[in-house]
Design a protein around this ligand. Structure first.
Ligand code: NAP
Length: 487
């Protein structure tokens, strides 16, 4: 694949960010310029400086406007200074532009010695980037019990699984491993398991594999060379992609991309490393490798390969490396490393296996409200979450009484998912947060909402409830899980 002609230069929003951000951004831009990358830069600001100016998201409007215009971002690390902002500017950018796919290549680098060197590690973690627990929907349900909502949509699973497949096809890979915790979280993680299998099987060139995510963590350490593409929900992907980075040299050399339908943002995995900021010691490799991913995204495959090879040669020869990756006592500063790297442009490493990259054919998603159609839906009961310091026996008795004369009868009471009424295990530790499961005593009434409101009023006379969840059946299947100990 050839580079773009110079007349087709692509404008990229450059956010240097905080700490070592300016140093690694300058170094990266210098390499791209020396290599003849088809890029012009539009500088923008976000992170610590924006927070200190009173912008609560850490992302000024001019920066958002620039990203809207260019659709491509190269970003340094962003801090959320203590005492400012509720959300990180990184998360805000990913969410504002719906960059739903986080791509983290994990490839052994020549010259970077790790306990895994020589194993040929070469896989990519594809992490869902906007859903799951990281939607950040949290509540203190009682003064001492917190809840986070794990939201997973079928469309979100479809999108990330399709992206994993598109990436696999673009990089000539064979196997897509869908890693989930579906054995425990049957509905949320189970959705990625089911949808992932369906999506991967649509692509005849790819092999589908499912792995329980904790075993995946274990396998990544025991036999990391077995993986090709791994796709995961947000939090699992967050944790395992950092683990994976540790296999090939750590955060200082780990690149990433955040992809959405309209915007792509490329960034190093590491943070602002404030301890070394401004000292000329930072290693720009992770941002440079992120820029290589960016060049492939904009179609400049030749320059991407040219830079990658110059980097490989530099690392292989081991001369003039920054302190974090150099042999003990031989580390140099960013400037000397940069000079060496630029001097190696045009040289080719024979040690790193070649890979044919093609554009990632991302399927565009409709801009309409997504919904899954079902033939039947029914309400069969309700879970009421309430705060109480009563014993489970006393609580159960009072809830039975509260439901008398309503359309419901109490089925069970549980505490953090373990049944404590009508039957309790002697070892269950009790806190002041209970879930009372009520089912309709007879057939569902014509207006289940009114029946639930009536029950809530009755329960509320004696107890403080804070959260209500309808129990539904879609197409005849329970749309809720059972409790530990529930029949
Ligand atoms: P960090 O900035 O990644 O730094 C941890 C340590 O790793 C540094 O002290 C340094 O070790 C080393 N290091 C990281 N990047 C390096 C590089 N390019 N060259 C050489 N050494 C490097 O992690 P942190 O201290 O946890 O986070 C600092 C700030 O960054 C926090 O405000 C955090 O929120 C933010 N952060 C932002 C992002 C992002 O924007 N995507 C990601 C992570 C963290 P030595 O001190 O041993 O030299």
């Amino acid at each position: 694949m050839d580079s773009l002609p110079v007349s087709q230069k692509v404008t990229v929003t450059a956010i240097a960010g905080d700490g070592i951000g300016a140093e690694v951004m300058r170094a990266t831009q210098a390499v791209l310029a020396a290599a003849g990358a088809a890029v012009t830069w539009e500088d923008a600001m976000a992170g610590g400086e924006a927070f200190r100016k009173g912008i609560s998201t850490g992302t000024p409007q001019e920066t958002l406007d620039s990203i809207e215009r260019t659709g491509v971002v190269l970003k340094g690390p962003l801090e959320t200074p203590v005492g400012y902002g509720e959300k990180s500017a990184n998360v805000s950018l990913r969410k504002i532009f719906e960059m739903y796919g986080n791509i983290r290549p994990v490839r052994e680098l020549p010259g970077i010695k790790t306990p895994f060197s020589g194993r040929g590690i070469d896989f990519t973690v594809v992490r869902e980037n906007v859903e799951d627990l990281y939607a950040g929907i949290e509540h203190m349900q009682t003064p001492g019990v917190a809840q986070a909502v794990k939201l997973i949509s079928e469309a979100g699973c479809e999108r990330i699984a399709e992206l994993a497949c598109a990436l696999a096809l673009a990089e000539g890979r064979k196997t897509v491993t869908v890693a989930t915790k579906a054995n425990i979280l049957k509905l949320t993680e189970g959705l990625l398991k089911t949808v992932g299998e369906r999506v991967v099987k649509r692509h005849p060139a790819l092999t589908h594999e499912h792995m329980i995510v904790d075993n995946c963590a274990h396998q990544m350490v025991i036999r990391p060379e077995q993986f090709d593409i791994c796709v995961m929900t947000n939090m699992n992907g967050d944790i395992l992609s950092d683990l994976a980075a540790g296999l090939v040299g750590g955060l200082g050399v780990a690149p990433s991309a955040n992809l959405g339908d309209t915007v792509a943002m490329f960034e190093a995995v590491h943070g602002s490393a404030p301890q070394i900021a401004g000292k000329g010691l930072a290693n720009p490799t992770a941002l440079l490798l992120s820029a290589v991913m960016m060049l492939r995204h904009i179609g400049d495959f030749t320059t991407a390969a040219r830079i990658e090879h110059a980097l490989y040669v530099t690392l292989e020869e081991g001369r003039d490396l920054t302190g974090d990756i150099a042999a003990p006592g031989t580390g140099v500063g960013t400037a000397a490393y940069l000079e060496r790297l630029i001097g190696n442009l045009g040289r080719t490493s024979a040690r790193v296996p070649a890979r044919e990259y093609r554009p990632i054919a991302m399927r565009p998603w409709p801009r309409s409200t997504w919904a899954r159609a079902v033939a039947t839906r029914e309400v069969v009961g309700v879970d009421i979450f309430l705060e109480s310091q009563a014993t489970p026996q006393a609580l159960g008795a009072s809830l039975v009484q509260a439901a008398q004369g309503s359309a419901f009868s109490l089925k069970l009471v549980s505490c953090r998912g373990a049944q404590v009424w009508p039957v309790a295990q002697p070892h269950t530790f009790i806190v002041d947060h209970f879930r009372a499961r009520f089912m309709f005593s007879a057939a569902a009434p014509a207006n289940p909402n009114a029946a639930i409101a009536d029950l809530l009023a009755r329960v509320g006379e004696q107890h403080s409830w804070m959260h209500v969840e309808k129990l539904q059946r879609f197409d005849g299947a329970d749309a809720f899980t059972k409790d530990q100990g529930e029949g």
